[in-house]
Ligand binder design. Structure first.
Ligand SMILES: C[S@@+](CC[C@H](N)C(=O)[O-])C[C@H]1O[C@@H](n2cnc3c(N)ncnc32)[C@H](O)[C@@H]1O
Length: 260
């Protein structure tokens, strides 16, 4: 796979955001059971659920289902992703009533929350933590810990890369929509201590497995991390969920502030 210039969050997710819905449902299905475990017992009276990097809103829908009485603040800095998120929320009367969409990044929130004293009942950080460097993550965990009741969950999707490794180009998805076929290819390479560079390409083909129509490529840096790293850098208790009811789920870490 041809390496490309590394994109900013905005350019990466705004270009490939066009295709994200093709993969989001599968990802939500794989993370959903672990999210259910993470959000069990959350008290909506303590404030909204804060979802950081909400993408196109598939996980937002699950949060709304799992914490029925809660409002949700869904932040998403990339315009294309946020457009789909807003469309999903606005098109569903139940979500429209409960979900507030903002453009804030995790870094913006980490800087703002300690000043405003805003309170939340839980936080969900899915597919985002590796976009932050260790210093940015420490600031985020500290801000979230200060904004949540003791023991409330910060659910973090680890994306299955705990340490840098080479991932040869692999086709992650092939889906037909109308007369066209969409393929998603991804490859990864170590790019420094605790870091990987991912190169991904969406390929669109014409009818009947036909000629290539277009390709959209992006590259991004991902800071690898596992549950033990999160526990160490946050100073919070951390539990890992990889299986629910004997079924493998996406790997989720649940951080919790210690009881007061
Ligand atoms: C892999 S997608 C996951 C989307 C959604 N959470 C899900 O699980 O379906 C990663 C999302 O994180 C967002 N993101 C990347 N860097 C971010 C940052 N620094 N702060 C907040 N969101 C970020 C991207 O724009 C993108 O929508």
């Amino acid at each position: 796979m041809t390496p490309h210039a590394v994109s900013t969050v905005e350019s990466a997710y705004s270009a490939a955001g066009e295709f994200y819905e093709l993969v989001a449902e599968r990802q939500a299905a794989s993370s959903g059971p672990a999210l259910t475990v993470a959000l069990a017992g959350v008290d909506p009276a303590a404030g909204p659920v804060l979802e950081i990097g909400a993408g196109t809103g598939r996980i937002t829908e699950l949060i709304a289902r799992e914490v029925p009485g809660a409002s949700i603040v869904a932040t998403e800095p990339a315009t294309t992703m946020r457009a789909v998120l807003t469309s999903r929320v606005a098109g569903d009367p139940g979500l429209r009533e409960r979900v507030t969409v903002t453009a804030e990044s995790a870094q913006d929130l980490a800087a703002r929350l300690p000043r405003t004293g805003e309170r939340f009942c839980a936080a969900v950080v899915f597919g985002v933590a590796g976009h932050l460097d260790p210093g940015e993550r420490r600031a985020l965990w500290s801000a979230l810990d200060g904004a949540l009741p003791p023991g409330a969950p910060i659910a973090v999707d680890l994306m299955g890369v705990a340490a840098p490794r080479t991932i040869p180009p692999v086709r992650m998805l092939r889906e037909r929509v109308g007369d066209q076929v969409y393929e998603w290819w991804s490859a990864g390479e170590p790019s420094g201590a605790g870091r990987m560079r991912f190169d991904t390409t969406w390929k669109v083909f014409g009818p009947a497995g036909g000629a290539p129509v277009r390709e959209v490529s992006e590259s991004y840096q991902w800071h690898t991390l596992g549950t033990a790293d999160l526990a160490a850098e946050s100073g919070l208790a951390a539990e890992q969920v990889t299986e629910v009811n004997s079924r493998t789920t996406a790997e989720i870490a649940i951080l919790r502030g210690r009881p007061a």
